[in-house]
Ligand binder design. Structure first.
Ligand code: DI6
Ligand code: FE
Length: 410
């Protein structure tokens, strides 16, 4: 009688990019999964037996590269309508700030998102999330922040939750009430922050609808003092802290967030050295978002050399949002990270795997190929992981595996 097969599936003749250190390559390798987790990985010659004997399913990938499922650690993918008209205005000479001050920008998406039914919002967001998966994403962080009132913020977070329940996708949720001051609080930003802290954060925490809290700290959004209030409230409710910091100016947000032990600070074009030192101390991940830099045609580059010198883990994300980065593809974000910011393909690879997991507080569970971690894999039509950042707007994905199962991407 045949012995019981101990693995659900094994991928053989692969080039594994484990992302453990740099690419973390293992050539002529195999990786096996059992009950949704990685059960074994290593060189083919070290396989304990013939693959057919030990695994129910055997995939011969003929030298193809297998990476961890990609992790998009900063998105606003749940939103209604789009802002194509605003894109047109900007190309006729208006600036992002001007449009925002005139009631457009984030506020126009807020109006659309408030009007959408929960199902409409779900269907529109599902389309984009599926496109993300088709480019290799298997874990995504989703922020609220286009509702601002209680009902719509909770609606957004429920939609994000449902995306994770109905699709083979891991979703982390972040409450971004402090994204913009809504029209009903016009001229009363402190009252709005009071509402965020008194009513919303406790409610979101109590309902278990978010893992983290984020703030857009910027002269067109919330001040340092207002941001600090949100951070301390989030901390008191056991929620992780993230911050949109130093995107348009050096406001000191990153250093403040680091003092609150933020898991990540994001954007960072205007980040300065004292803040980088604070981040090194707090172990805060720097999340770079080249899509919005590109889309706003920014000039100021994030301080890559200093981030390297201080050994700050750098993650890369799409920032998928209707105003400044209507982009779904992480490989495209990697390409932009290389061409626009001067990161190496290897750095951007860490940025969508190991460091992205860290930016979500999920490094124990995912982000690298290692025994015991979630079996989230991407099998690619190339042999070396540097190809991931190489193509422009093309992700040669052969197979996405979520929790050990091949995802139907059709
Ligand atoms: N920074 C951004 O790039 C997005 N939000 C933020 O705080 C832009 C959001 C939008 O314009 O809709
Ligand atoms: Fe953002």
């Amino acid at each position: 009688m045949m012995a019981k097969k101990s693995w659900d599936a094994v991928w053989i003749k692969a080039t594994l990019a484990t992302a453990e250190t740099g690419y973390g390559l293992i050539t002529e390798a195999a990786i096996a999964v059992k009950d949704g987790r990685i059960a074994w990985l290593g060189a083919m010659k070290d396989l304990p037996a013939d693959p057919e004997k030990v695994a129910v399913k055997v995939y011969d990938v003929q030298g193809a590269c297998i990476t961890p499922g990609l992790i998009d650690c900063h998105t606003h993918v749940v939103f209604a309508s789009d802002r194509a008209a605003e894109f047109e205005l900007r190309l006729k000479g208006s600036t992002y700030e001007e449009i925002a001050r005139a009631g457009g920008g984030i506020r126009s998406t807020v109006r659309a998102t408030r009007s959408a039914t929960e199902d409409e919002l779900f269907v529109a967001s599902r389309r984009r999330v599926r496109a993300m998966m088709a480019s290799g994403t298997s874990t995504v962080e989703i922020k609220s922040g286009y509702g601002l009132d209680a009902d719509t913020e909770l609606k957004m977070l429920r939609v994000a939750k449902r995306l994770g329940e109905e699709l083979p996708l891991t979703v982390r949720r972040t409450y971004l009430g402090a994204h913009s001051v809504p029209a009903e609080f016009q001229g009363r930003p402190d009252d709005y922050v009071e509402f965020v802290c008194r009513e919303m954060i406790p409610k979101v925490a109590q309902l278990g609808l978010a893992d983290a809290v984020d703030v857009f700290c910027e002269n067109i959004a919330f001040s340092l003092a207002q941001s600090e209030k949100v951070f301390s409230t989030a901390q008191a409710h056991g929620l992780a802290i993230k911050c949109h910091a130093e995107q348009l100016s050096d406001s000191g947000a990153a250093a403040l967030a680091a003092r609150y032990e933020a898991i990540s600070v994001d954007h960072l074009e205007y980040l300065a050295d004292p803040a980088i030192k604070a981040m090194a101390k707090s172990g805060t991940v720097a999340v770079l978002l080249p899509g919005s830099f590109y889309y706003l045609r920014e000039k100021k580059l994030p301080p890559i050399a200093s981030l390297r010198a201080h050994k700050i883990p750098v993650a890369i994300a799409t920032d998928c949002n209707p105003g400044t980065s209507p982009m779904v593809s992480l490989p495209l974000a990697m390409n932009m990270g290389c061409t626009l910011f001067g990161l190496t393909p290897e750095e951007t690879f860490a940025g969508v795997t190991k460091h992205a997991a860290q930016a979500l507080g999920m490094a124990q569970e995912r982000g690298t190929l290692a025994t015991g971690k979630q079996a989230d894999l991407a099998v690619w039509d190339f042999k070396h992981p540097s190809s991931l950042a190489y193509f422009i707007g093309y992700a040669p994905l052969r197979q996405l595996v979520k929790g050990g199962r091949v995802v139907d991407l059709s």
